[in-house]
Ligand binder design. Structure first.
Ligand SMILES: CSCCC(=O)C(=O)COP(=O)(O)O
Ligand SMILES: [Zn+2]
Length: 217
C-alpha cells in the first residue's frame, strides 16, 4: 500500500494514534520514575493496526516523555510520520509481525536486568519459578509455574537480533519476555496495562533474583 499524500486519509486511525501516544507517554513517565530508563535509554510502542505501530522517537529523555515524542512506523520499520524512530524499532515490529495478539511492547534498561545478565555471562536462559507474582503474566493462574526468559547477546545489529528472536519464538522458546545481555529486557502483551504489569513484575523479580544470589554467596 503506498503512503497517502492526504493527511486526512492515513492508513491508521488518528484517534487510535492519539490514544496510543497518550498511553505510551504516561507509561514512560511511570517507568522512568522507577529508575528503569536512565540516560534516554528504553523504548515503548503500541500497535495501531495490522500494518502500523506507534513508537517512541529515538534519543528522547524518557523522564520528559510527552505525546509529541511518539511517531508512527509501518511493520517493516519505515517511518510513516515525521521523526527518527527508536534505533530498536526492529525489535518491536518483529513482535507485532510474529504475534498478532501483541498490542504493546516495553523495553527497559534496569540495574537488575543488567546485573543479572552481566554477572552470569554463561546463563542463556533466566528461569523465574515458584513466585506468586508470576500471576502478573498474561495467562498465568498459579505460582506453580516457570517463566524461562532467554538471554540474547547484545549487538548493534538490530536486524540480526530481531532474526534471532524470531527464530527462538518459532522454536517455542520465548513467551512474555526476553533479555539482552548488558542491555535490558523486552516484554509484550495485548494491552499497555497488561504489558506494564508484566514489566513491573519482571523488574521486581529480577531484583529478588539479584538479592537471593547475594544471600547465597
Ligand atoms: C542511551 S541508551 C542506547 C540505546 C538503547 O539501548 C535504547 O534503548 C534507546 O534507544 P532509542 O533509539 O529508542 O532512544
Ligand atoms: Zn535499549
Amino acid at each position: 500500500m503506498s503512503q497517502p499524500t492526504d493527511s486526512s486519509a492515513r492508513p491508521w486511525s488518528p484517534a487510535r494514534f492519539r490514544e496510543a501516544a497518550r498511553q505510551i507517554a504516561a507509561t514512560g513517565q511511570r517507568i522512568y520514575h522507577h529508575g528503569w530508563s536512565p540516560a534516554t535509554s528504553s523504548n515503548y510502542s503500541m500497535r495501531l493496526n495490522d500494518r502500523y505501530c506507534a513508537v517512541t522517537v529515538s534519543g528522547r529523555d524518557k523522564g520528559q516523555l510527552t505525546e509529541t515524542d511518539i511517531m508512527v512506523v509501518d511493520l517493516d520499520n519505515q517511518p510513516a510520520s515525521p521523526g527518527k524512530p527508536s534505533a530498536e524499532t526492529g525489535l518491536h515490529t518483529q513482535l507485532y509481525r510474529q504475534l498478532p495478539d501483541a498490542g504493546a511492547v516495553l523495553h527497559t534498561h534496569s540495574a537488575a536486568s543488567t546485573v543479572l545478565t552481566m554477572h552470569y555471562p554463561h546463563e542463556t536462559v533466566w528461569r523465574l519459578q515458584g513466585y506468586e507474582l508470576l500471576k502478573a503474566f498474561s495467562g498465568v493462574t498459579t505460582h506453580d509455574w516457570q517463566l524461562d526468559i532467554p538471554v540474547f547477546d547484545n549487538t548493534q545489529d538490530i536486524d540480526l537480533l530481531a532474526r534471532h528472536v524470531e527464530q527462538a519464538m518459532a522454536d517455542g522458546n520465548i513467551s512474555h519476555a526476553y533479555l539482552i545481555r548488558g542491555h535490558g529486557v523486552y516484554t509484550w502483551a495485548d494491552t499497555m496495562e497488561a504489558c506494564y504489569r508484566q514489566l513491573e513484575a519482571l523488574e521486581f523479580l529480577f531484583g529478588v533474583e539479584v538479592q537471593r544470589r547475594q544471600l547465597r554467596s
